[in-house]
Design a protein around this ligand. Structure first.
Ligand code: CJB
Length: 812
C-alpha cells in the first residue's frame, strides 16, 4: 500500500474549491460549528488550521528527506523567540493567500479582520529574541536541517500601557484563546531534575550519580517554520513545565487543604510561567537559572534521542550535531552534555570533552559588563550540584592548559577562570561558553573586534582562531515583503521580478532608478501613504523614529534633549521656517529598570506639553504608541523617514532595527556603533548621517576623567535644555534624569550633544530637498541586501556549522 495514501497526506496545489472544503471541514469538525453560526474567531481558527495543515504536508516531506540524508543538524538553543504574528507569514510561505481571502469571504469575513485575531507569541524581549526568529526563518529558507529549541512561556513579554504616568505593565496571556499554530507532542516529554545530591561511583574518579531532589516534566509542542520559496518546513520545539502526577497531594486535598495540595505542582509549573522581562541587565534569580536548565535538559535529551534514532555509538555525535548557544542563557548545556555522556552513557571524560567542544558554538550579543551573566556558586551548588562539580573539573583542566601556555601568570589564571572569586564566588557563564565551544562569534564587525580586544581578550590570545564575526541580518519576508506591500510591489516592478525577496542583494538593481524622477515620485508617494496608514502625525512631516528597548546606553535621553532644544528654539522664534517633525518613540523598559522608566515618563510628559502648546505643536509632535512589539514594528518601519541609531559607540553589539529601517528606505542618523558601521559602508557616507565619538574616543574620554558639567557649561543650548529639566517644570522625573546626566552620564550623552544637533541640522537641510532625500532613501534600500538573515545563515553554515542544505523534493 502506498503509505502516503494510507495516512492520507493531502495534496498541495489546491483549487479554490478544495481549500474551501478544507476550511469548512475544520469549521465543522474541529470548531464544531456551522457556516451560519461561525464567529470571526471560529473562522480565524479554522483558517489557521487549514493553512497549518497545508504546511504540515510539507513538514512531513521535509522530515522524510532530512532523516533519510542523516546530515549534520543545527540545533539552535535560545531562551527567547520573538516570532511575530503567524497568519500572514504562513499565508505567504504556503502561497495560499488568495485562496484564503476567497474562502473566508464566502464565510462573510475579510482576511484583514481575521488577521487582527492573530496574536503574536511574545516569547522574547528584544533584538536577541527577534534575531532567533529571523535565523530560524532563514535556516528553513536555506534548506538547512534545523530545530530551534525554546521555552513556551505562558506569559510572554508584558503588555505595556503608556500614560502620562509612564509605563504600566500588564500580563501577556498570549495563548488565552489557544494557539492554532502549535502541535503538542506529549509523547516526547522529558523529566528534568533539580536540587538533591551526588554520590560517588566506586572505582570511578570522573563518574558520579546525581540524585535530584525535585523532578519536573518538560512537555514539548512545536510550531512549523516554513522556508520561503522552498519546500522545507522546519520546527521550533517549545517546552512547557508540567508537574508530575505524584506532585498533587490527594490526601491534603481530601483534608480541605486545597492550596497546600497543589503547591508543589504550582512550583513546578512556575518554571515556564513567565518570560523574564529583563534585557541585558540581569536580575539573577533562582527561577531564571531553573528556566535555563529546564530548557537545556529537555532539549539535550531530545537531541540525543534524535541522534540515536539514526546513529550508533558516540564517535559521530559531533559530526551529526551542532548546537548554537544564543548568548549565555543556555550555556549549562555544556556541563549537561558532559554529564549525560560521562555519567549516564559512560563515555570517558576525554572523549566526552572532545565531543562536547566540537558540538557547541556560542554567539555573544553584548559588550556591557553587567550583561555578562554570572551565577552565585552557592545557588548552583544547591540547584545543580552535579553540574557544579563538572564545571570545577572543566575549569581545573582548562586552567592547566592556560598555565602551560603562560607559566607563572597568576593574574591571567584569575582573570580567565570560569569561577570568579571576589567579591563573591560566581560561575562566569561567558567563560564557560568560550571554553566549551568550537567557535565564538560576535554579531557585527566592531562588536566581534571589541570582544577580542576587551571582554574576551585573554581568550582571544589563547585561541585566536576560535573567534569569528557573523554580522546579524533580518528576514526580508517579514520586514519588507509583508510589512511594506506597497514598496515591495514597486521594487518588483522596478527590478522586473520578485526574486529579490529570496535573494536580497538583487535590490542593488534599484540604484539606477534613484536618478529617475518619476520612480522617485512613486517612492515618495508610497512613504506618504504608509505614514497615512500609521496615522502618527502629519504625513508630510519628517517622521523621525526611535524604536527599540529603553536602555541608557541606547540614549533615548539624547533624542529627548534634541526635542527639548527644538521646542525652545521654536518658542524663541516661532516665525522661522521650521521643518515639521513627528518624533515617534516606541519600546519597553524592564519593569525594575527605574532610570529607563523615568525616561519613558519624561517623554510622555514632554509629548503632552508640546501637544498643548499652540506655538510649537504645528512643527513638532512627539508620539509614543504603547506596547511596541513585532506587529507594531511592521507598521512603523515602512512609515519612517529617519532612523535613530544613536547609542554610545562601543555599546550596541549590532542592532537589527537599524537594518529593517534602512531596508524600508529610512535614512539613518547614527554613531559609529554596531552594525551602523556596516550599513554606512554599504549605503555610502553621503546617504547616512554620522555624528559623535567613536568607540575608542569614548573609552578614552572616560579614562581621561570625563566631566559632563564641562559640556553643560560650554554649550548654551545644552545648558538651557538641562536647566529646564532641573527647574522641575517636567516634574521630579525631569530632575532625576538631569541629575543622572550632570552627575556621571555613564553613556556620554552630553559629550555627543552638539555633534548630534549639528547632524540633525544636516538632516533638515537634506529633507528640504525632496529629490535628494528620496534618492538617499532609495539608495538605502538598494544597498541593504547584505542585511538579509539568509546571508547571516549562509555565513554560519559555511564558517561555523559546516553544514550543507538538504533540499526537499517537490510533491509528485
Ligand atoms: N541583545 O536583545 C538583546 N538582549 C540581550 O540580553 C543582549 C543583547 C541584543 O541582541 C541583538 C541581536 O544580536 C543585537 O542586535 C543588539 O545590539 C543587542 O543589544
Amino acid at each position: 500500500m502506498d503509505l502516503r495514501q494510507g495516512i492520507g497526506l493531502r495534496k498541495l496545489g489546491k483549487t479554490a474549491d478544495e481549500f474551501q472544503q478544507d476550511l469548512l471541514s475544520n469549521l465543522y469538525y474541529r470548531r464544531g460549528t456551522t457556516v451560519e453560526s461561525a464567529s470571526a474567531r471560529d473562522a480565524y481558527e479554522a483558517l489557521a488550521q487549514t493553512v497549518r495543515d497545508h504546511l504540515a504536508e510539507r513538514r512531513a516531506r521535509t522530515a522524510a528527506a532530512q532523516f533519510a540524508s542523516n546530515p549534520r543538524w543545527v540545533y539552535y538553543l535560545s531562551a527567547e523567540y520573538l516570532l511575530g504574528a503567524q497568519l500572514e507569514q504562513n499565508l505567504l510561505y504556503s502561497g495560499t493567500g488568495d485562496l484564503a481571502a476567497e474562502a473566508v469571504k464566502a464565510l462573510g469575513f475579510g482576511l484583514e479582520d481575521l488577521e487582527d485575531l492573530d496574536v503574536e507569541p511574545g516569547l522574547g524581549n528584544g533584538g536577541l529574541g527577534r534575531l532567533a526568529a529571523c535565523l530560524v526563518d532563514s535556516l528553513a529558507t536555506r534548506d538547512i536541517p534545523a530545530v530551534g529549541y525554546g521555552i513556551r512561556y505562558d506569559l510572554g513579554i508584558f503588555r505595556q500601557v503608556i500614560t502620562e504616568e509612564g509605563q504600566a505593565e500588564l500580563p501577556d496571556d498570549w495563548a488565552f484563546h489557544g494557539n492554532p499554530w502549535e502541535f503538542p507532542a506529549p509523547d516526547d516529554r522529558q523529566a528534568v531534575g533539580f536540587y538533591g545530591h551526588t554520590e560517588p561511583i566506586p572505582g570511578s574518579t570522573t563518574r558520579k550519580v546525581w540524585v535530584p531532589g525535585e523532578v519536573v516534566l518538560g512537555e514539548p509542542s512545536h510550531m512549523l517554520v516554513p522556508g520561503f520559496g522552498t519546500e522545507t518546513v522546519n520546527i521550533i520545539r517549545l517546552w512547557s513545565a508540567k508537574a508530575s502526577e505524584a506532585s498533587f497531594d490527594l490526601s491534603r486535598f481530601s483534608a480541605g487543604q486545597y492550596a497546600e495540595a497543589v503547591q508543589e505542582a504550582v512550583r513546578a509549573e512556575n518554571i515556564s510561567k513567565v518570560l523574564y522581562p529583563d534585557d541585558s541587565t540581569e536580575l539573577g534569580r533562582e527561577l531564571r537559572l531553573k528556566q535555563q536548565y529546564f530548557l537545556v535538559s529537555c532539549s539535550l535529551r531530545d537531541i540525543v534521542r534524535r541522534f540515536r534514532l539514526r546513529n550508533e555509538g558516540w564517535d559521530t555525535f559531533a559530526d551529526k550535531t551542532v548546537i548554537q548557544l544564543n548568548d549565555t542563557h543556555p550555556t549549562i548545556a555544556i556541563p549537561e552534555l558532559m554529564r549525560l555522556l560521562v555519567d549516564e552513557y559512560e563515555v570517558e571524560w576525554e572523549q566526552a570533552w572532545e565531543i562536547t567542544r566540537r558540538t557547541f558554538a556560542y554567539t555573544c550579543h553584548t559588550l556591557l559588563p553587567e550583561a555578562l551573566e554570572t551565577w552565585p556558586v552557592r545557588m548552583f551548588e544547591k540547584l545543580l550540584p552535579r553540574h557544579l562539580e563538572i564545571i570545577y573539573l572543566i575549569n581545573m583542566l582548562f586552567l592547566r592548559e592556560v598555565e602551560a601556555r603562560f607559566p607563572g601568570d597568576h593574574d591571567r589564571l584569575r582573570r580567565m577562570s570560569i569561577i570568579q572569586e571576589d567579591p563573591e564566588r560566581r560561575v562566569r557563564m561567558a567563560h564557560l561558553a568560550v571554553v566549551g565551544t568550537e567557535a565564538v562569534n560576535g554579531v557585527a564587525e566592531l562588536h566581534s573586534k571589541l570582544l577580542r580586544e576587551t571582554v574576551l581578550d585573554d581568550f582571544a590570545a589563547l585561541w585566536p582562531a576560535k573567534f569569528q564575526n557573523v554580522t546579524n541580518g533580518v528576514s526580508p519576508r517579514r520586514f519588507i515583503k509583508i510589512a511594506n506591500p506597497r514598496l515591495s510591489d514597486l521594487i518588483t516592478e522596478g527590478l522586473g521580478d520578485d526574486s529579490w525577496v529570496g535573494d536580497l542583494e538583487r535590490l542593488a538593481g534599484l540604484e539606477r532608478l534613484a536618478d529617475d524622477a518619476s520612480f522617485r515620485e512613486r517612492w515618495q508617494a508610497i512613504k506618504r501613504a504608509n505614514k497615512v496608514d500609521l496615522a502618527a502625525g502629519d504625513p508630510d512631516s519628517l517622521t523621525d523614529v526611535m524604536i527599540k528597548r529603553f536602555h541608557e546606553y541606547k540614549r533615548q535621553q539624547l533624542k529627548l534633549l534634541h526635542v527639548i532644544t527644538l521646542y525652545q528654539r521654536i518658542r524663541q522664534n516661532p516665525a522661522a521656517d521650521w521643518v515639521p517633525r513627528t518624533v515617534l518613540f516606541a519600546g519597553k523598559a524592564a519593569p525594575a529598570y527605574h532610570a529607563a522608566k523615568d525616561i519613558i515618563r519624561l517623554i510622555a510628559t514632554i509629548a503632552a506639553r508640546i501637544e498643548a502648546d499652540p506655538v510649537v505643536s504645528p512643527y513638532l509632535k512627539v508620539v509614543f504608541p504603547s506596547n511596541y512589539n513585532v506587529t507594531l514594528a511592521e507598521r512603523i518601519i515602512p512609515a519612517a523617514d529617519l532612523s535613530e541609531q544613536i547609542s554610545l559607540a562601543g555599546k550596541e553589539a549590532s542592532g537589527t532595527g537599524n537594518m529593517k529601517l534602512a531596508l524600508n528606505g529610512a535614512v539613518t542618523i547614527g554613531t559609529l556603533d554596531g552594525a551602523n558601521i556596516e550599513i554606512r559602508a554599504r549605503v555610502g557616507e553621503d546617504n547616512f548621517f554620522l555624528f559623535g565619538l567613536d568607540a575608542y574616543e569614548a573609552a578614552r574620554a572616560r579614562i581621561n576623567g570625563y566631566q559632563p558639567r564641562h559640556f553643560y557649561e560650554r554649550d548654551e543650548e545644552l545648558r538651557a535644555a538641562m536647566d529646564t529639566l532641573t527647574s522641575g517644570v517636567f516634574g521630579e522625573v525631569g530632575r532625576r534624569v538631569a541629575d543622572s546626566l550632570l552627575g556621571w552620564d555613564e553613556y556620554l550623552t552630553l559629550a555627543d550633544f552638539r555633534s548630534y544637533l549639528e547632524c540633525q541640522e544636516q538632516v533638515e537641510k537634506s529633507w528640504r530637498d525632496p529629490a535628494r532625500w528620496t534618492r538617499m532613501s532609495i539608495l538605502n534600500t538598494a544597498h541593504s541586501g547584505f542585511f538579509s538573515s539568509d546571508r547571516t545563515v549562509a555565513d554560519y553554515a559555511a564558517r561555523i556549522w559546516r553544514v550543507a542544505p538538504v533540499p526537499v523534493p517537490r510533491e509528485d
